[in-house]
Design a protein around this ligand. Sequence first.
Ligand code: FE
Length: 200
Amino acid sequence: MKKEALFKITYGLFVLSTRDGEKDNGCIINTAMQVTDTPLQIAIAVNKNNYTLEMIEKSGVFNVSILSESTPFSVFQNFGFKSGRTEDKFTAFENKKRAQNGVYYITEYTNALISAKVVKTLDCGTHMMLIGEVTEAEILSDNPSVTYDYYFKNIKPKPESKKTGYVCKICGYVYEGEPLPDDFICPWCKHPASDFEKLS
Ligand code: FE
């Protein structure tokens, strides 16, 4: 079996956000899709380690901000490479507004906002799948949606090839040195040493 075949599936990139009590939080996800038209429902899949997921399970509402090709790497760093458990991702982030559900969405670099309330959850092991009924949907710009492939080719900084070390295939973090410890965990995206490859 060639597991890499699954890399051929196309994905977008999104900021998934929620608000629980007075706390706002968000993260980057690559899975969001429309599942039905009547009622209008979307599905998302989120890693269980994600604090945003824990908050959505309490609040029952979420926003999906669809990122466009104009999104700078700093947005992925802000929402994707830190944890909302220890850092506040929204206070210093300027390009935001509250949707009708009170949850922040991203107003810059995005082309659409979709708000939803959770109607079903499915435990998939490492991830939870959430089905949400759409409560608000707005178009924010005509910029093309960014794909995961476009992000890797055009937005994620390329590691410098002169260094000796290992690069995280998930987020691009570079570990300098030799060898990479077996129990190493990526400080940005928390993936294990098996998701690193040697710099060539
Ligand atoms: Fe990583």
